[in-house]
Design a protein around this ligand. Structure first.
Ligand SMILES: [Zn+2]
Length: 465
């Protein structure tokens, strides 16, 4: 009886829905195609996404110079949360916290659980609110598609059987520590930020969907990518390192938009966006003595003097302090600490570091059995450096003590990427477990002495775990 009764009312409901659709007045929209994307393989729980994101965000906050201007913080969070409201697969416990990193680099990234970061450079580059919304919506796409923990899951599964992983991840305590113990990279170059090209396509698809639902022209997402691509590589290299370009990205985003639904009356840029952008530009103008000229690919003149105020960077297995007017660049296998204009364009060779410091770790011959010496490992590194610096020569080499570790200091001379100039480098190498740790300080020979006190202070601050 009940069944029959229900079927009758279902039929009634269906009939009224058909009528409702038939009699929809023109101009009223309904979804042509609901977005049906599901997150990929993942061994983490949704709660663990939030926990891992929170733990990692604390580290990022310490490593980045965040913009804490209350107006800027309020604006970016209001915009970000309004967008996240429309995200598919939006787990109610996601933290949805949006932060502005105070650097002129153009970048944005998202940690699992809803911790989204966008740089001042990216906000300033956006021509209107819709484009900035596009960046935040794309990042929200990485969050709801759980790309960070998806990539971490795949990396873990490649090395550990699933049954063991399940019991390890079930333990209480710091998730970051457990995963680091299992060999996962979470500090510099964190696997949580290593998006694959298919992750990128999904984040684009979710981003365009969110824009559409929130009333912004979804083309704005593709427009922003086009502007980024037109900028000089020095400023955009990180953006595409964190968001590798899928093939035909812009075309794919634009062709996907047709399936979202009919064109609407799009939300125009907001006064709040203009005010925030102005505010960022004026805040920056008071803190930066020598901002690069708009559109110029090279920093005009030498970098400003290094600030004597140091900030600490917590890397993977080490920490180091660096001047607070420098910035970080996380590369594939190294981290660079750079003054403004520290990277210069070299014709036919791309970009090269002319000022600052660079840190990396490598496995010398004989590692694995712990069977290697520091002098040979340093020689191996010098041989590698010579492949791209044929004029590299050793000026002096001596043993040194680095907070109880034996280390080797090697003073080098080579050609600077600054045309016609010679470069001085101080290379410090030491052993960290079974890896060789290297820190190299770089400056043109003519200004090496001026940088020496900064380099010394940085070296003294270096802590290896
Ligand atoms: Zn991305």
């Amino acid at each position: 009886m009940n069944g029959v009764g229900r079927r009758q009312s279902d039929t009634g409901l269906l009939a009224s829905m058909v009528l409702a659709i038939l009699f929809l007045p023109p101009g009223v929209t309904w979804r042509v195609r609901p977005l049906d994307l599901r997150p990929g393989f993942n061994i983490f729980s949704l709660q663990q996404d939030v926990q891992l994101g929170k733990e990692s965000a604390e580290k990022v906050d310490n490593a980045c110079a965040l913009n804490t201007d209350p107006e800027v913080v309020r604006y970016i969070n209001r915009l970000g949360r309004r967008l996240a409201f429309f995200a598919p697969n939006n787990y109610s416990h996601y933290a949805w916290t949006f932060k502005v990193v105070g650097t002129s680099d153009i970048n944005a990234f998202a940690l699992p659980g809803g911790f989204v970061y966008v740089t001042r450079g990216a906000i300033e580059l956006a021509e209107n609110e819709a484009q900035l919304a596009g960046v935040l919506a794309h990042e929200s796409g990485h969050v709801v598609m759980r790309h960070g923990t998806h990539e971490a899951s795949q990396a873990l599964l490649a090395q550990t059987p699933l049954e063991i992983l399940g019991s390890v991840l079930g333990q209480s305590g710091s998730l970051t520590e457990q995963l680091t113990d299992m060999g996962l990279r979470l500090g510099v170059n964190s696997i949580l930020l290593k998006n694959s090209r298919s992750d990128e396509s999904e984040a684009d698809e979710v981003g365009a969907y969110i824009l559409y639902e929130a009333g912004y022209d979804p083309h704005a997402l593709a427009q922003f990518f086009e502007i980024v691509e037109k900028r000089d590589p020095q400023k955009t290299i990180e953006f595409f390192a964190d968001h590798p370009n899928p093939e035909n990205r812009v075309e794919d985003i634009n062709s996907g938009i047709a399936t979202l639904g009919p064109t609407k009356e799009w939300r125009a840029s907001s006064p709040d966006f203009e005010v925030t952008k102005e505010r960022l530009l004026s805040l920056h103008a008071t803190t930066a003595a020598n901002p690069p000229a708009a559109g110029s690919t090279a920093f005009p003149g030498p970098p400003p003097a290094p600030s004597s105020r140091l900030i600490k960077f917590e890397g993977n297995g080490f920490s180091i302090a660096y001047p607070d007017n420098w910035h970080l660049q996380l590369n594939e296998d190294s981290v660079a600490l750079l003054p403004p204009g520290g990277i210069v364009d070299v014709p036919e060779a791309g970009a090269a570091q002319a000022y600052g410091a660079s840190i990396s770790r490598f496995q010398p011959h004989g590692s694995g059995q712990g069977n290697w010496g520091l002098v040979d490992a340093t020689q191996e590194l010098l041989d590698t450096l010579r492949e791209s610096n044929s004029n590299l020569r050793v000026v002096e080499q001596r043993a040194m003590n680095l907070k109880g570790r034996s280390a080797l200091a090697t003073l080098l001379e080579t050609d600077s990427p600054l045309q016609g100039q010679k470069e001085r480098d101080l290379l410090v190498t030491t052993r960290q477990s079974d890896s060789a740790f290297s820190l190299i300080f770089i400056a043109p020979k003519s200004s090496f002495d001026a940088y020496k006190p900064t380099f010394d202070a940085m070296l003294q601050s270096l802590d290896l775990k």
